[in-house]
Design a protein around this ligand. Structure first.
Ligand SMILES: [Zn+2]
Length: 498
């Protein structure tokens, strides 16, 4: 485990539109993903409150950071999320993983990510805040393993900040023991070395894997003697040479060839830097749970609540063409709406009948947005206090009195408003335009009168249920995974997918 690294894409690390917290959140979600049996990546399952607590921020702050990742700032978003089930639990999948894109990345040891916290906890026990962490990753990316001569101005240029800010962050890193700084005599140049060697990780307590960020386990981060005489970067112009860490400037490094440093993210790096990633993926697949628990310090999340079985069944009553035009998230939205309706006391057959009945209106019409039309067809769509009222009819066949009362009230209000609007002479052109240009679906209804709904064998092997299920399985990985879980028969579904 000592050789495990996270790979941070340089496009994200040096992005001017992403905060340091967003980078840490990306790393955390990437670490929470694991490889499934099919070789793909399972999305990260972590509650928002847990991630926020883990990073030491409020949930709103975490939301802002995730919004930065979810937004396309030009190169595409760095994170996707998918809502699942009735409790709308979110599954996050990171994008631009260097293991898949083969783009350049900065390597971050796993122990470092476990010590990033915002707020007051950042200063305790070798923890750093996200901004300082980003500085350190940039230093690891830019510096030679045995250090580098640079000025604060150069550091600020790397970090896109002022030299003063660069000095503050370097001082925080030095206080935490994550870098060693040796000032040169002229007061402007300094020799900076990022502490990434294996020996430091080996100095951590052995149970670091299972007790992550309690605060008491971090005694081994730097040598404790490095802490007490905190050398002050603020006194940079003074050529001070004190500090017990000055003599051991060049400890033996074991992996200088694995992560060759570079000067610039876009230039002068002849190595594609992809070998290390392929290596560390091996153990990730072997013990995914261990890896998750290492960051998690919690029992693995409970198995997700599976959707009641009716959702996909009702979904098959929708036209295939609509389903094809819907995105994965839109399908999830419709499925959630179906679940909501089923939860309000409808059976699958009743809901399917409602969908078929309302689809006659759409016969021969292509809706502009398939998801909107599907939601219109699925949801009851009007407010009636009677739970079993369906199309203003009760199951007994009698008209719903509540709907009748509501209708009477609305008619009265409409008469009143029309009387008042007649009095104040509305602009005639808008009314004329509405009369002249009926809306699309009205016109289509005139051209294609609704036909009677033909009965189909919904459960037959060639019926709509089977066809739509096969379509959903082949087009939506999320549906396929959910279906597989529901049926506990991976072989048959995998055969249908292939
Ligand atoms: Zn009613």
């Amino acid at each position: 485990m000592s050789a495990r690294h996270h790979q941070v894409p340089r496009a994200l690390l040096y992005s001017s539109t992403h905060s340091a917290l967003a980078i840490v959140a990306w790393c955390l979600y990437e670490a929470l993903q694991y490889r499934n049996a099919h070789g793909g990546q399972e999305p990260a399952r972590a509650r928002r409150c847990w991630v926020a607590e883990r990073l030491g921020v409020s949930e709103r702050t975490l939301d802002r950071a995730r919004t930065e990742l979810l937004t396309d700032h030009g190169g595409g978003p760095f994170l996707t999320r998918r809502l699942r089930g009735r409790n709308r639990s979110a599954l996050h999948t990171v994008l631009h993983r260097p293991q898949e894109t083969r783009r350049r990345y900065a390597a971050v040891p796993a122990w470092a990510l476990a010590r990033v916290r915002a707020g007051e906890a950042a200063t305790a026990d070798g923890h750093v805040c996200p901004e300082t962490f980003r500085t350190w990753v940039v230093l690891c990316d830019k510096l030679d393993p045995d250090g580098h001569d640079l000025t604060l101005a150069k550091l600020g240029q790397w970090l896109s900040c002022s030299p003063t800010t660069a000095r503050r962050r370097l001082r925080a890193l030095e206080a935490a023991g994550w870098v060693r700084v040796h000032r040169r005599g002229n007061g402007f140049w300094m020799h900076v070395q990022a502490v990434v060697e294996e020996g430091l990780i080996a100095a951590l307590p052995q149970d670091h894997n299972h007790s992550s960020d309690d605060g008491e386990e971090v005694s081994g981060c730097p040598a404790p003697s490095d802490h007490s005489p905190v050398p002050d970067v603020a006194s940079l112009p003074l050529p001070q040479t004190s500090g017990p860490h000055v003599p051991d400037l060049t400890p033996p490094y074991e992996t200088p060839s694995k992560e060759p440093p570079s000067e610039d993210p876009s230039a002068k790096n002849p190595f594609p830097l992809a070998v290390g990633g392929a290596q560390h993926r091996k153990d990730a697949s072997r013990n995914a749970l261990t890896r998750e628990r290492q960051i998690n310090d919690e029992p693995p999340p409970a198995p997700a609540v599976t959707r009641p079985r009716g959702g996909p069944s009702v979904m098959t009553a929708l036209p295939l063409e609509w389903q094809l035009r819907m995105s994965q998230s839109e399908r999830e939205r419709v499925l959630a709406a179906i679940d909501d309706e089923l939860a309000q006391g409808r059976t699958i057959a009743q809901l399917t009948a409602r969908v078929r009945r309302r689809l006659t209106v759409w016969s021969g019409t292509r809706p502009r947005r398939a998801v909107a039309a599907a939601l219109t067809v699925v949801e009851r769509g009007y407010h009636c206090p009677h739970p079993m009222c369906e199309e203003h009819l009760l199951p007994s066949g009698h008209p719903c009195e509540a709907c009748a009362a509501i209708g009477a009230t609305m008619n009265r209000q409409r008469q009143l408003s029309s009387a008042s609007s007649d009095a104040e002479e509305p602009p005639a052109n808008s009314a004329r335009r509405h009369a002249a240009e009926p809306r699309d679906h009205v016109r289509a209804r005139r051209e294609f009168p609704p036909q009677a709904c033909t009965r189909v064998d919904a459960d037959g092997p060639d019926g709509p249920a089977a066809r739509a299920r096969a379509l959903l399985t082949s087009t939506s990985p999320g549906f396929a995974a959910a279906d597989r879980r529901r049926h506990r028969a991976p072989a048959s579904v995998a055969g249908a997918t292939g």
